[in-house]
Design a protein around this ligand. Sequence first.
Ligand code: SAM
Length: 271
Amino acid sequence: MNRETVKEIMQSEGILPQSKFGQNFLCDEDIIKSIVDLCEIKSEDQVLEIGPGLGSITYPISELTDNFTCVEIDNGLAGYLTENLQGVNIINDDFIKHHFENPECYNVIVSNIPYYVMTDIMKKLFAEFNKAGRMVFMVEDDAIARIDCKPNTKQYGPLAILCALYGSYNYEFKVPYTAFVPQPRTTSAVISFTREGSADILNPDFVKFLNNCFAMRRKLLKKNLSSIAKPEVIDEVFRELSISDTSRAEELEPYQFASLYKCIINNSKQI
Ligand code: SAM
């Protein structure tokens, strides 16, 4: 889908891009092709796209698989796609609020993520859709600092830990703002993840656990954990895992959070 097609559809359908939904439609055919190629879709794959918009990525993907679901918050866009894209399951809802009966069925997830809600969308994906082998996202280039960062940095937190535990991460390429209608203020980037065994730990309770660990960043980790486990359990688990009593959440490596979570559950059943 090129710039002219995007503009034509917007005009003929009376669609005005809504900034409250982060609507910047991709209109560079080379970039669209690269994103679709990165998804490595096989015909038997179940694919999920969040925020299909006018269908820039959606149309080419619909040619690769018959098992394709999209979730679009905007009624007008969802209606347009339902009328024009045969064989694709278009759900008109807020992805964050939508309840999926069987999130484990999806193998591939793709999204040009609406930037205003990136963290919430990625957290939900890693919590509920982590059986998928592959995830490909377009994000704001500046947001990479919160996705790919190390302990003891300002940006390190639940999102970076979930990304690291889900699997291997790759920064694919930058996308200039000229590749969109309307043009956003910032540069974007395409990134990809491939699932690894460490993703087995990811679930909604683990995400809550991480949020708790970082609830008060400057406080000791033990203090943050006091709302979810008894002090004697925390003491025992810290000893077992050789974590210092004075550690703060931002000092632990992602794999340590996985061990901590498993150990607390085994020792208390309180989470
Ligand atoms: N995928 C299209 C593209 O690449 O041109 C559109 C991308 S645009 C950056 C983000 C899309 O996500 C918009 O269509 C917007 O309406 C949709 N969206 C925003 N918030 C959403 C949410 N919470 N749940 C589902 N879709 C959402």
